[in-house]
Design a protein around this ligand. Structure first.
Ligand code: ARG
Length: 269
C-alpha cells in the first residue's frame, strides 16, 4: 500500500439556499417530486464542515434566487495557474450562472476569459496533473476543448460520454491524484475507453451500483477521498489502494443530479 499525502486545497462552494428542482435538464431531475431545501442545506453544511476539518480553505459565492443549480459550483469555471476559463452553459435555465461566477473571480483579481463555446466548468474539464481530461457528448462542446487547450496551455484529452445519466465527466470519472483516476467504463464510448486504458492502465474501475449512487462524483486531496456514502464497494477499493474514503450523504442534491464534486470548484492559483 503506497503512503498517501494530502495537500491542502482551496475550494469555492455555493450554499443551496435556493435549491429546488423546477426544471429538468438531466434524467435525475423530476420537477414532479418535491425537494426539501432544508435537507439540502443540512447535507451541504456537513460537506462544507468536512472540508474545513480536513484543513482545506473554502470560499463561498452568494447564491442567487432563481438559480437553483448554482449550488453545483464545479460548473462555474475552470481554474489553472491563476487563470480562469469562464463557463458557458448549454441550457438557458443555467445561463446566468456563468457571469455570476465570472464576476466573483474578477472581483478578486483573477484573470478571467469569457468562454466562446459551451463548457460547463469542472463538470467536464478535470485537471489531472499536467493534463486536462475533457468530457463531451451532452454538455461541453468539442470546440470548447480547443479553447481550453489554448487558454490553459495544457494537453486536453477529449472523452465522449454516452449514457445520459452520466452527462458530465465528473459523474463518471474522478481524479484521485496527479496520476490516478477512477471511472465507470460504460459511461464512455469505445474510443474513449481505449484512451483511458492507455493513459491509466491501473485505474480503479467503478461498477454500475457505485456509479448509480454517484460514487464517482468525488473529491480527493491526494489522501482523503470524499464521496457519496452509498458507494460502499468503491470506498473499500479506495481503502485497498491506501486512500481514506469519507462517505457523506448528499442524496437531496442527487435529485438534481449532483453530489460531492458537483458542489466543489477547485481554485488553482
Ligand atoms: N442539475 C444540474 C445540471 O444538470 C446538476 C449539475 C451537476 N454538476 C456537476 N458538476 N456534474 O446541470
Amino acid at each position: 500500500m503506497s503512503p498517501r499525502t494530502a495537500t491542502p486545497r482551496h475550494y469555492l462552494m455555493c450554499r443551496p439556499v435556493h435549491f429546488t428542482v423546477d426544471y429538468s435538464i438531466n434524467p435525475w431531475m423530476d420537477p414532479a417530486k418535491p425537494t426539501d431545501t432544508g435537507t439540502a442545506l443540512a447535507q451541504w453544511d456537513q460537506l462544507h464542515a468536512l472540508f474545513q476539518r480536513l484543513g482545506h480553505t473554502v470560499e463561498l459565492i452568494e447564491p442567487l434566487p432563481g438559480l437553483p443549480d448554482m449550488v453545483f459550483a464545479a460548473n462555474g469555471a475552470t481554474t489553472l495557474d491563476g487563470r480562469v476559463l469562464g463557463a458557458r452553459f448549454r441550457h438557458p435555465e443555467r445561463a446566468a450562472e456563468g457571469p455570476a461566477y465570472a464576476d466573483w473571480f474578477r472581483a478578486r483579481g483573477w484573470r478571467v476569459k469569457d468562454a466562446e463555446h459551451v463548457n460547463e466548468g469542472e463538470g467536464d474539464l478535470l485537471v489531472v496533473g499536467e493534463r486536462v481530461l475533457a468530457g463531451t457528448g451532452f454538455r461541453t462542446e468539442a470546440a470548447a476543448h480547443a479553447e481550453a487547450r489554448e487558454f490553459l496551455g495544457r494537453e486536453v484529452v477529449p472523452l465522449r460520454l454516452v449514457d445520459p445519466r452520466y452527462y458530465h465527466l465528473d459523474t463518471a470519472l474522478a481524479v484521485l491524484s496527479d496520476t490516478e483516476v477512477m471511472y465507470h467504463p460504460p459511461a464512455f464510448d469505445a474510443a474513449s475507453r481505449a484512451v483511458l486504458e492507455r493513459l491509466y492502465p491501473d485505474a480503479l474501475l467503478a461498477d454500475a451500483d457505485d456509479a448509480r449512487v454517484f460514487g464517482l462524483n468525488a473529491v480527493s486531496d491526494g489522501a482523503n477521498v470524499v464521496l457519496p456514502e452509498a458507494a460502499v464497494r468503491l470506498a473499500e477499493r479506495l481503502r485497498e489502494r491506501g486512500f481514506t474514503p469519507i462517505g457523506v450523504d448528499l442524496t437531496e442534491l442527487l435529485r438534481a443530479g449532483g453530489a460531492v464534486k458537483c458542489c466543489t470548484l477547485e481554485l488553482r492559483h
